[in-house]
Write a protein that binds this ligand. Structure first.
Ligand SMILES: [Zn+2]
Ligand SMILES: [Zn+2]
Length: 494
């Protein structure tokens, strides 16, 4: 960092500290105002975790104040529980009403004098609404399998079939497809990819339509067995299945955007409308499949395959940031640190260039998100490829800027912690890597943060704790780069 910029940096840091510590709304507003005057940047402070960011657009205003994406996530289980209770109550009122109306119709159509039907209290008034919710949750399985079958018949691949969103309870791999069971009933998704651009819109439309189509066909098949007057009685299986199926069909067809369990998803209805309205050109669809596939392969640690996917994609979209970034991550994981760092630096220079023409898929919020990721990746690559003071300072600058933008992303918190440990702020760094390890969503990321934690503890002279952390990291990911590095450092000084 040039020496001349130090006093201003210190001023900014002090003001940021003031914003982090602020408690009253007045204090927060004043600190934000000062920061805007000094840095020219708009800041936001999360009322949940207290983290601050220069990207206020990612926050959501609530009654208790602005919430960062990570804190918004914390309210998902509660929101989902509320949705289930609401549905349960609605069904508790709806089923007896439907049964009552059906009985009324039957007695009337039989030509008798209309007598108001009676509705006696029974256990099934409570049990049947619950059974409908259970059946609708089970029907998520054939619904998602229908999406998958349509993808396969269209020549595509399914990366993941997810039954229920939210934290994963169980998962396995079936012929290259991740099959996972989550925690929030009544939800699910499929991640399809089509490599070939030929008729990509039609194939996507067919894939999206297949889920609701299953529900429609099943509904029609159940209709002959349906007797509404049974809805509040025992053994009303065809009736309850029909209602459950209708519930699932309606929830799939309503156009909405859901953010549940860490992922932004569009309902089948909204995807269908967007595809029909021509909102996504074929090239955008193709790009999103390529980037999704590359990201998935990186998560699964198939680095060579990820590299090939990116290179195939770059033939269609030369120099596209998202594909180039994934390519560099694959190279970094394969040990080509210098080459990866050069790509990240070049992409970063382009991202920060004002006249850079807009790329498909890199607009608005996504652009800021990608810039933060590039800063993070450049910092990480710089950290593991070069231990010269200049390279370390560059890593620290990049990691700090990424941390200022999106502190809620675990990988960014982990890198910031790593850089702090490496540049001497060990204790502060340790709090960040510990938190990043707790929230990591892959074994490799968790192991890397545990290994960093081991290095930090070792440097503080806490050898036993360092050895314990390293053992845990090694157990999770014996070949990870950070694990190897920690092994080296701990063995060297032992
Ligand atoms: Zn927060
Ligand atoms: Zn669906």
């Amino acid at each position: 960092m040039p020496a001349g910029s130090l006093p201003e940096e210190a001023g900014q840091h002090e003001l940021e500290e003031r914003l982090s510590r602020a408690t009253s709304p007045e204090e927060i507003a004043r600190a934000k105002e000062h920061l805007a005057e000094t840095t020219g940047l708009a800041y936001e402070r999360c009322s949940g975790c207290g983290s601050i960011s220069t990207l206020p657009a990612f926050f959501r205003a609530t009654r208790k104040g602005a919430l960062c994406p990570r804190c918004q996530e914390r309210s998902w289980p509660r929101q989902h529980a509320r949705l289930l209770v609401t549905l349960g109550i609605l069904l508790f009122l709806l089923l007896p009403a439907m049964a009552w109306t059906a009985q009324f119709e039957t007695s009337y159509s039989a030509g008798w004098v209309p007598v108001l039907p009676e509705l006696r209290w029974s256990l099934f008034l409570v049990l049947n609404p619950l059974l409908v919710l259970v059946l609708a949750s089970l029907l998520v399985i054939p619904h998602e399998l229908s999406h998958a079958a349509a993808t396969w018949s269209g020549g595509g691949r399914i990366l993941e079939i997810r039954i229920f969103e939210g934290p994963v309870r169980w998962q396995t791999r079936v012929r290259g497809t991740n099959v996972a069971l989550g925690s929030y009933p009544l939800t699910g998704h499929c991640i399809p990819v089509f490599r070939n651009r030929d008729r990509i819109r039609e194939r996507t439309l067919l894939m999206v339509a297949a889920g609701p189509l299953f529900n429609i066909v099943f509904l029609l098949a159940l209709l002959p067995f349906y007797d509404g007057s049974q809805l509040a009685s025992s053994g009303a299986w065809p009736e309850l299945l029909l209602v459950a199926n209708a519930l699932l069909l309606i929830s799939a067809l309503i156009p909405y955007r859901a953010s549940l369990g860490g992922r932004q998803g569009l309902s089948d209805g909204l995807q269908f409308l967007s595809l029909l309205s021509g909102k996504y050109p074929e090239s955008d669809l193709h790009l999103s499949y390529l980037t999704t596939e590359a990201a998935h392969l990186l998560r699964e640690r198939h680095y060579q395959q990820a590299l090939e996917t990116c290179e195939a994609g770059l033939a269609y979209f030369p120099a596209h940031s998202l594909l180039e970034n994934s390519r560099a991550v694959a190279l970094l994981e394969m040990g080509h640190h210098r080459q990866a760092l050069d790509i990240f630096e070049e992409l970063l220079a382009r991202a920060q260039c004002v006249d850079e023409p807009e790329q498909p898929g890199v607009t608005g919020l996504a652009r800021d998100h990608i810039e933060a990721l590039l800063l993070n990746n450049a910092a990480y690559a710089s950290l593991i490829s070069d231990s010269a003071p200049q390279a370390l300072q560059r890593a620290r600058d990049c990691a700090q800027r990424a941390w200022r933008m999106t502190p809620w992303l675990r990988e960014i918190q982990g890198t910031w912690g790593a850089v702090l440990i490496e540049t001497g702020d060990v204790e502060e760094g340790l709090t960040h890597v510990a938190e990043a390890a707790r929230g990591a969503d892959t074994a490799r990321a968790k192991a890397a943060n545990l290994a960093l934690s081991a290095i930090g503890h070792y440097r503080l002279g806490k050898k036993d704790e360092a050895a314990r952390l390293l053992k845990e990291a090694r157990h999770l990911d014996p070949t990870g780069q950070m694990v190897t590095r920690a092994q080296g450092e701990l063995a060297l000084l032992a």
